[in-house]
Design a protein around this ligand. Sequence first.
Ligand code: AMP
Ligand code: GLY
Length: 424
Amino acid sequence: MNILLIGQGGRENAIAEKIVRSKRTGRLFVSPGNCGTAEFANNAAIGDSFEAIRDFVIANKVKMVVVGPEQPLVDGIADFFADDRALKDVIVIAPSQKGAMLEGSKDFAKAFMERNHIPTARYQSFTKATFDDGAAFLQTMTPPFVLKADGLASGKGVLIINDLEEAKAELKSMLFDGKFGSAGGKVVIEEFLQGIECSMFVLTDGKSYKILPEAKDYKRIGEQDTGLNTGGMGSVSPVKFVTKEFRDKVEQRIIKPTIEGLRNEQIDYRGFIFIGLMNVGGEPYVIEYNVRMGDPETEVVFPRIKSDIVEAFEAVSKQKLDKYELEIDSRYAVCVMMVSKGYPQAYEKGKVITGFENTEDCLLFHAGTMENEDGDVLTNGGRVLAVTCFGNNQYDAMDKCYRNVGRIKFEGAYYRRDIGKDLL
Ligand code: AMP
Ligand code: GLY
């Protein structure tokens, strides 16, 4: 079967690598893909328009479409395919547009959790018309104050503020001055949760589900979680504090009610759910839903999936996931992200990357790279390369990962040296 994967990051490189190993896969296309996917798949720059994707799917006899990033999901790619007779036999691993609102609207997600009794921070939502109520609500809360733009804001729409007056001013600038654009037309204000975060992943056909390996990601640029937020500097799976007891709580209190809620509300959902969790003294709370896999979590989660992922996707499309056995590698995986000097602020591109041939026993997922006419691989983004290694324990995985990271060179290369350290 020919398969099209949409996206271009380290996440998509890791997903593509798993798809291409399936005995069910014929040709794999990745749009637009990157240097990593070019090594074993066909990159095709189809663009974002659903019509262009449809034409490509028909012309290339694609039978399955897998979607990496959130934007096409929130824009309704699943509904577009379902509504087009020429595409109705194409499997699309994506929630419906309504389902994608779990990520596309924080207000929708919070109301969904409230309706389905899923533990999350206490909240209220406000618009321009209810700004005064929002300011009054802030006054009833204890700092720090958490303000979230309702819509997609590329991971930048959350503000955590200690000072009440500053929080009111930010609320005003989100609602009235278009800070975060239309995403901030509505603002969720919620209680601050104190704890340690982790990411859980579920593949669902809308009726049943499989829990994928959990992961922890490291968002800040600096060691010991200091400095600016980034797209993610590394990840680890499994996560030590996700014990059987904690996982059971997540399944009973969050995953089951989420799937049942989708079903009861007749929301068609055949894809991934990424649950951002806060572990508050051993009790799980949902910080956010995403309707896709995480990046760089995928770079440790997907390598741990031993089963044939395309068969899993077929089971999802037939709503027979309950019959599917998901086999997971019990080893530890650690991913360290190599980034450009200056990231997440201004950085230069076009630095030659060398040393690939010196790495051993590791997976290299490309995030921001490009190839020049001479066949050199150059840096082409802030996050450049995700280096993932396995170990029988976390320490071994980290050790191997850092040895391989040290063998890859480019001018200004930066990475955090403490990925996973807090979990040892
Ligand atoms: P989100 O985009 O919702 O994942 O939020 C971004 C980050 O803000 C999260 O990864 C958390 O670190 C933090 N955050 C969001 N909501 C809360 C909350 N209610 N309490 C504490 N931290 C939060
Ligand atoms: N690693 C967090 C995310 O993908 O949103």
